[in-house]
Design a binder for this molecule. Structure first.
Ligand code: BG6
Length: 486
């Protein structure tokens, strides 16, 4: 199967930091189908060779082991081409069409054409409309859209309306790179490939579920983008909610995109809606002040480059919600994310209920299952075991640890690599459907609304901590604690 992959915005940050390195890894692993071409399209005038040289230079900044040798880059560069494209001008799209129909590096036009919109999201509607007008929306074309897909429900709907007027839903690949992380595949395998957990995966056995997406980095040079976005839009509306759907969904009838996405949509529709009052009680927002992160002094959000003076943007969110259906009624789901937290740590913790009656007085440590997304990728099941002979009453917590990075080392692929290969192969399972995306926006909308009308603003927390104390109180109110406090 031959393919053409067009990176619109081919000289932007996303292109050289994430997409090109991921494509290179796929190439290096021999996973990129033979006979492919990659076309970077951008505003500057550049020859193919000039683009290759520019990218080679950029690759020096790519993580060590992922950097190509000169020889590897030269082979990868054989796939790379460049086209000048002014995104708002029809002429450029006509040239793009001619290039796609040409035989440069191909015997016949490609079977699959992927249009990756790696531009600012403000341009998505313009680009889609132009692609449609140029007739670049035929059956073999797939369009990939990167977050942020909209700023609120209305803007997300508008983007979807334009995308739908040009492409069929099956042609639209909305990326949420968290779905490409290996731990998410393992979660699907754990839940639906094994009989062991399913009977326990419900309110009768589970006390609460915690999803933590913690970063130790600050907003760095993205102060200006970030101040318009904030943690709720940047991480909760998409990544955290997508993980929640994966945890809470009913078993899909098949391993097919729509069967999976129908179940995820049902979860989003079952989320307990927020009111002004419940936002005040169940959602905590914070903003980091100066402190210490990764062992070094760190400035506060307001001192970051390009962060507007007095910005009330949240860099931390913790919230409590419920999935209102028979399986989950009453089980709290706690979601938490933030920048400049104590560690880079993304994990889902499933806390089971304690034993109904204990014959080992003084020992209590309910079972928990920890699904680790990063920094390492694995599973840990926490159990109680007897410490040793003659101490039958002394139980100690032990954990059964599965380190997937070690167990399947040769097959590990990064999130973008995996998702790009899925787009080329036409597998939509790990991409977000427009109705899911809109439902997720509809759910966060009352939070945005309540914050707009509240003059208290985010609570301060010191860089390098786990966020405002109120986030611990949120969980303590139900008689629980965040995993690192247990
Ligand atoms: C992105 C956010 O979607 O995810 C960033 O815009 C965040 O702010 C990033 O840093 C985190 O991704 P990962 O894969 O490093 O956890």
């Amino acid at each position: 199967m031959s393919f053409d992959l067009v990176v619109i915005g081919g000289t932007g940050d996303l292109a050289w930091r994430k997409l090109m390195p991921a494509l290179f890894q796929a190439f290096r692993h021999g996973k990129l189908p033979e006979g492919g071409r990659i076309l970077a399209a951008s505003r500057q005038e550049m020859s193919d060779d000039a683009y290759r040289a520019w990218l080679k230079e950029r690759f020096q900044e790519v993580e060590g082991a992922k950097r190509p040798s000169d020889d590897e880059f030269a082979r990868f560069a054989g796939l790379l081409h460049y086209l000048r494209l002014d995104l708002s001008q029809p002429a450029g799209y006509a040239e793009l069409k001619a290039w796609l129909g040409s035989k440069v590096g191909h015997d016949t036009p490609a079977d699959v054409v992927v249009m990756y919109l790696a531009t600012s999201p403000d341009l998505f509607t313009t680009v889609c409309a132009q692609l449609g007008a140029a007739g670049l929306n035929g059956d073999r074309v797939r369009v990939v859209l990167e977050k942020p897909l909209g700023h609120d429900l209305a803007s997300a709907r508008e983007i979807n309306r334009v995308v739908r007027s040009v492409f069929r839903e099956e042609q639209a690949f909305r990326i949420d790179h968290y779905l490409g992380k290996p731990a998410v595949q393992n979660l699907m395998a754990l839940r639906f490939g094994n009989a062991l957990f399913e009977p326990l995966w419900r309110r009768e056995s589970i006390a609460n579920i915690q999803i933590t997406l913690a970063e130790s980095i600050g907003v760095g040079t993205r102060g200006d983008f970030y101040s318009r976005t904030g943690a709720l839009r940047d991480m909760i509306q998409n990544h955290a909610l997508q993980l929640l759907t994966m945890i809470a969904m009913e078993p899909p009838s098949r391993n097919l995109a729509d069967a999976i996405r129908d179940e995820k949509l049902k979860v989003l529709r079952s989320l307990k809606p927020f009111s002004i009052e419940s936002v005040g009680r169940d959602v905590i927002r914070g903003q980091y002040r100066a402190g210490n992160a990764d062992g070094k002094p760190a400035v506060g959000f307001l001192e970051e480059d390009k962060a507007p003076a007095g910005s009330r943007t949240e860099t931390f969110v913790a919230l409590r919600t419920e999935v209102q259906n028979w399986r989950w009624a009453g089980v709290p789901f706690y979601l938490r994310t933030g920048k400049r937290l104590a560690a880079r740590d993304a994990q889902i913790v499933v806390n089971f209920r304690p034993t109904p009656h204990t014959i080992f007085p003084g020992t209590s440590a309910p079972n928990k299952l920890v699904i680790k997304l990063q920094p390492e990728d694995g599973l840990a099941l926490h159990l109680l075991a007897a410490k040793g002979a003659g101490q039958s009453e002394a139980l100690a917590p032990v954990s059964l640890d599965l380190d997937f990075d070690k167990a399947f080392a040769e097959n590990r692929v990064g999130a973008y690599e995996r998702l790009l290969l899925d787009v080329i192969a036409g597998r939509l399972n790990l991409f977000v459907r427009s109705d899911e995306q809109e439902e997720a926006w509809a759910w966060v909308e009352p939070i945005l609304e309540a914050w707009r009308n509240d003059d208290v603003g985010p609570r301060p927390y010191n860089a390098g901590t786990w966020g405002p104390a109120a986030a611990s109180a949120l969980v303590a109110r139900d008689g629980y604690a965040w995993s690192e406090e247990q």
